[in-house]
Design a protein around this ligand. Structure first.
Ligand SMILES: N[C@@H](CCC(=O)N[C@@H](CS)C(=O)NCC(=O)O)C(=O)O
Length: 226
Protein backbone atom coordinates (compact mmCIF):
# COMPACT_ATOMS: atom_id res chain seq x y z
CA UNK A 1 0.00 0.00 0.00
CA UNK A 2 -0.90 2.49 -1.24
CA UNK A 3 -0.26 1.00 -4.71
CA UNK A 4 -3.51 -0.75 -5.60
CA UNK A 5 -4.51 -1.64 -9.18
CA UNK A 6 -8.16 -1.01 -8.25
CA UNK A 7 -7.60 2.41 -6.71
CA UNK A 8 -9.58 5.27 -8.21
CA UNK A 9 -6.53 7.56 -8.18
CA UNK A 10 -4.33 7.01 -11.22
CA UNK A 11 -0.93 8.48 -11.96
CA UNK A 12 1.35 8.01 -14.95
CA UNK A 13 5.00 7.03 -14.69
CA UNK A 14 7.72 5.63 -16.91
CA UNK A 15 8.32 1.92 -17.33
CA UNK A 16 12.07 2.42 -17.36
CA UNK A 17 14.60 5.29 -17.50
CA UNK A 18 18.42 5.30 -17.54
CA UNK A 19 20.33 5.37 -14.25
CA UNK A 20 20.84 9.14 -14.12
CA UNK A 21 17.07 9.67 -13.95
CA UNK A 22 16.11 6.78 -11.68
CA UNK A 23 14.78 8.10 -8.39
CA UNK A 24 14.24 11.55 -9.89
CA UNK A 25 11.33 11.10 -12.31
CA UNK A 26 8.58 13.45 -11.23
CA UNK A 27 5.94 10.84 -10.51
CA UNK A 28 8.02 10.34 -7.35
CA UNK A 29 6.68 13.67 -6.02
CA UNK A 30 3.12 12.41 -6.32
CA UNK A 31 3.85 8.94 -5.01
CA UNK A 32 5.53 10.56 -1.98
CA UNK A 33 2.56 12.83 -1.23
CA UNK A 34 0.09 9.95 -1.63
CA UNK A 35 2.17 7.83 0.74
CA UNK A 36 2.20 10.67 3.30
CA UNK A 37 -1.58 10.60 3.41
CA UNK A 38 -2.06 6.88 2.84
CA UNK A 39 -4.13 7.28 -0.34
CA UNK A 40 -4.08 4.19 -2.61
CA UNK A 41 -3.22 4.77 -6.25
CA UNK A 42 -2.65 2.83 -9.43
CA UNK A 43 0.08 3.50 -11.95
CA UNK A 44 -0.25 3.70 -15.74
CA UNK A 45 3.13 3.06 -17.30
CA UNK A 46 4.44 4.77 -20.43
CA UNK A 47 7.57 4.23 -22.49
CA UNK A 48 10.11 6.99 -21.84
CA UNK A 49 12.24 6.04 -24.81
CA UNK A 50 9.44 6.10 -27.39
CA UNK A 51 7.11 8.87 -28.54
CA UNK A 52 4.08 9.02 -26.26
CA UNK A 53 0.74 7.99 -27.84
CA UNK A 54 -0.92 10.93 -29.60
CA UNK A 55 -3.94 10.78 -27.27
CA UNK A 56 -1.70 11.22 -24.21
CA UNK A 57 -1.04 14.82 -25.31
CA UNK A 58 -4.69 15.58 -24.49
CA UNK A 59 -3.86 14.65 -20.89
CA UNK A 60 -0.39 16.24 -20.70
CA UNK A 61 0.28 18.88 -23.35
CA UNK A 62 4.00 18.01 -23.52
CA UNK A 63 3.51 14.28 -23.30
CA UNK A 64 5.31 14.14 -19.97
CA UNK A 65 4.77 12.29 -16.72
CA UNK A 66 3.16 12.55 -14.30
CA UNK A 67 -0.51 13.10 -14.80
CA UNK A 68 -3.03 12.47 -12.02
CA UNK A 69 -6.71 11.52 -12.04
CA UNK A 70 -9.25 11.00 -9.30
CA UNK A 71 -13.05 11.23 -9.11
CA UNK A 72 -12.80 14.99 -8.98
CA UNK A 73 -9.95 16.19 -11.22
CA UNK A 74 -7.65 15.29 -14.06
CA UNK A 75 -4.37 17.16 -13.71
CA UNK A 76 -0.94 17.56 -15.19
CA UNK A 77 2.02 19.45 -13.58
CA UNK A 78 3.46 17.93 -10.43
CA UNK A 79 3.06 21.25 -8.59
CA UNK A 80 -0.67 21.50 -9.34
CA UNK A 81 -1.16 17.88 -8.31
CA UNK A 82 0.56 18.48 -4.97
CA UNK A 83 -1.56 21.58 -4.34
CA UNK A 84 -4.70 19.54 -5.05
CA UNK A 85 -3.61 16.85 -2.58
CA UNK A 86 -2.43 19.43 -0.04
CA UNK A 87 -5.75 21.24 -0.02
CA UNK A 88 -7.43 17.94 0.80
CA UNK A 89 -5.23 16.84 3.67
CA UNK A 90 -3.83 18.71 6.63
CA UNK A 91 -0.79 16.45 6.75
CA UNK A 92 0.40 18.13 3.56
CA UNK A 93 -0.80 21.71 4.13
CA UNK A 94 -2.19 23.60 7.13
CA UNK A 95 -5.91 24.36 6.97
CA UNK A 96 -5.61 28.01 7.92
CA UNK A 97 -5.44 30.24 4.87
CA UNK A 98 -2.16 31.93 5.81
CA UNK A 99 -0.34 28.66 6.49
CA UNK A 100 -1.84 27.07 3.40
CA UNK A 101 -0.64 29.86 1.14
CA UNK A 102 2.85 29.88 2.69
CA UNK A 103 3.19 26.18 1.91
CA UNK A 104 2.04 26.82 -1.65
CA UNK A 105 4.44 29.76 -1.93
CA UNK A 106 7.37 27.47 -1.04
CA UNK A 107 6.21 24.91 -3.57
CA UNK A 108 6.14 27.59 -6.28
CA UNK A 109 9.52 28.90 -5.11
CA UNK A 110 11.00 25.42 -5.50
CA UNK A 111 9.65 25.22 -9.07
CA UNK A 112 10.17 28.82 -10.10
CA UNK A 113 13.13 30.18 -8.11
CA UNK A 114 15.26 27.10 -7.43
CA UNK A 115 14.64 24.52 -10.17
CA UNK A 116 15.39 26.91 -13.10
CA UNK A 117 18.87 27.49 -11.62
CA UNK A 118 19.43 23.71 -11.56
CA UNK A 119 18.44 23.04 -15.19
CA UNK A 120 21.64 24.46 -16.76
CA UNK A 121 23.71 22.06 -14.64
CA UNK A 122 21.69 19.13 -15.93
CA UNK A 123 22.73 20.26 -19.41
CA UNK A 124 26.44 20.63 -18.60
CA UNK A 125 26.65 17.47 -16.51
CA UNK A 126 24.25 15.12 -18.30
CA UNK A 127 22.54 16.09 -21.52
CA UNK A 128 25.44 17.99 -23.14
CA UNK A 129 28.25 16.39 -21.17
CA UNK A 130 31.66 16.67 -22.85
CA UNK A 131 30.66 19.45 -25.27
CA UNK A 132 33.23 22.25 -25.53
CA UNK A 133 31.01 25.05 -24.23
CA UNK A 134 30.16 23.30 -20.97
CA UNK A 135 33.53 23.78 -19.23
CA UNK A 136 33.38 27.54 -19.68
CA UNK A 137 29.70 27.87 -18.81
CA UNK A 138 29.51 25.53 -15.81
CA UNK A 139 31.24 27.79 -13.22
CA UNK A 140 28.82 30.60 -14.09
CA UNK A 141 25.84 28.27 -13.71
CA UNK A 142 27.18 27.01 -10.36
CA UNK A 143 27.69 30.57 -9.11
CA UNK A 144 24.12 31.52 -9.98
CA UNK A 145 22.72 28.39 -8.39
CA UNK A 146 24.75 28.89 -5.22
CA UNK A 147 23.33 32.40 -4.94
CA UNK A 148 19.85 30.87 -4.99
CA UNK A 149 20.80 28.23 -2.43
CA UNK A 150 22.40 30.81 -0.11
CA UNK A 151 19.07 32.67 0.06
CA UNK A 152 17.19 29.42 0.61
CA UNK A 153 19.64 28.48 3.35
CA UNK A 154 19.18 31.87 5.05
CA UNK A 155 15.39 31.53 4.90
CA UNK A 156 15.50 28.01 6.32
CA UNK A 157 17.88 28.90 9.14
CA UNK A 158 17.74 26.31 11.89
CA UNK A 159 14.11 25.34 11.27
CA UNK A 160 13.23 21.71 10.74
CA UNK A 161 10.97 22.54 7.77
CA UNK A 162 10.56 25.73 5.78
CA UNK A 163 7.41 26.75 7.65
CA UNK A 164 8.32 24.95 10.86
CA UNK A 165 6.12 21.96 9.93
CA UNK A 166 6.21 19.63 6.93
CA UNK A 167 4.23 20.85 3.90
CA UNK A 168 4.13 20.27 0.15
CA UNK A 169 6.59 23.19 0.01
CA UNK A 170 9.22 21.03 1.73
CA UNK A 171 8.28 18.02 -0.36
CA UNK A 172 8.78 19.94 -3.60
CA UNK A 173 11.94 21.66 -2.37
CA UNK A 174 13.53 18.33 -1.42
CA UNK A 175 12.39 16.71 -4.68
CA UNK A 176 13.87 19.56 -6.74
CA UNK A 177 17.17 19.68 -4.83
CA UNK A 178 17.69 15.93 -5.16
CA UNK A 179 18.50 16.59 -8.82
CA UNK A 180 21.84 17.94 -7.58
CA UNK A 181 22.91 14.57 -6.23
CA UNK A 182 26.53 13.83 -6.92
CA UNK A 183 27.49 17.46 -7.68
CA UNK A 184 28.74 18.30 -4.16
CA UNK A 185 26.90 21.64 -4.33
CA UNK A 186 24.23 21.04 -1.72
CA UNK A 187 26.86 19.93 0.79
CA UNK A 188 28.13 23.53 0.89
CA UNK A 189 24.88 24.44 2.67
CA UNK A 190 24.64 22.13 5.69
CA UNK A 191 21.12 23.14 6.70
CA UNK A 192 19.85 22.45 3.16
CA UNK A 193 21.67 19.11 3.07
CA UNK A 194 20.00 18.30 6.41
CA UNK A 195 16.58 19.29 5.03
CA UNK A 196 17.05 16.89 2.11
CA UNK A 197 18.14 14.16 4.49
CA UNK A 198 15.09 14.74 6.70
CA UNK A 199 12.82 14.53 3.67
CA UNK A 200 14.49 11.43 2.32
CA UNK A 201 14.32 9.66 5.66
CA UNK A 202 10.54 9.98 5.91
CA UNK A 203 8.95 6.53 5.55
CA UNK A 204 6.58 7.88 2.88
CA UNK A 205 9.50 9.04 0.76
CA UNK A 206 11.30 5.72 1.20
CA UNK A 207 8.22 3.77 0.13
CA UNK A 208 7.61 6.02 -2.88
CA UNK A 209 11.22 5.74 -3.99
CA UNK A 210 11.33 1.99 -3.63
CA UNK A 211 8.08 1.63 -5.61
CA UNK A 212 9.43 3.78 -8.43
CA UNK A 213 12.73 1.89 -8.54
CA UNK A 214 10.96 -1.47 -8.44
CA UNK A 215 9.21 -0.65 -11.72
CA UNK A 216 12.53 0.18 -13.38
CA UNK A 217 14.11 -3.02 -12.10
CA UNK A 218 11.20 -5.06 -13.39
CA UNK A 219 11.33 -3.49 -16.85
CA UNK A 220 15.06 -3.01 -17.29
CA UNK A 221 15.88 -3.61 -20.98
CA UNK A 222 18.36 -6.36 -21.69
CA UNK A 223 21.87 -4.96 -21.92
CA UNK A 224 20.99 -1.76 -20.03
CA UNK A 225 22.72 -2.85 -16.82
CA UNK A 226 26.29 -1.54 -16.53
N1 LIG B 1 6.56 20.66 -15.25
C1 LIG B 1 6.28 19.25 -15.35
C2 LIG B 1 7.52 18.57 -15.86
C3 LIG B 1 7.30 17.10 -16.10
C4 LIG B 1 8.58 16.45 -16.63
O1 LIG B 1 9.58 17.12 -16.93
N2 LIG B 1 8.50 15.13 -16.75
C5 LIG B 1 9.63 14.42 -17.30
C6 LIG B 1 10.00 13.25 -16.37
S1 LIG B 1 10.61 13.83 -14.84
C7 LIG B 1 9.24 13.81 -18.63
O2 LIG B 1 8.15 13.32 -18.79
N3 LIG B 1 10.18 13.85 -19.58
C8 LIG B 1 10.01 13.28 -20.88
C9 LIG B 1 9.72 14.32 -21.90
O3 LIG B 1 9.83 15.52 -21.64
O4 LIG B 1 9.41 13.92 -23.02
C10 LIG B 1 5.87 18.71 -13.98
O5 LIG B 1 6.40 19.19 -12.98
O6 LIG B 1 4.99 17.81 -13.92
Amino acid sequence: MPIDPNAHIEITAFRWVPDFAQGLVRDLRIRWALEEIGRPYRVRLLEATKPRPAEYFCEQPWGQVPIYKDHEVQLFESGAILVHLGLKDERLLPVDRAGQMRGIAWLIAALNSVEPAIFPLLMTDIFNRGEAWTSEARPKFVERLEGRLKCLSDALGDKEWLEGRFTIGDLMTVAVLRQLRGTGIVEKFPNIAALIERGESRPAFQKALSDQLAVFREHEPQGAAA
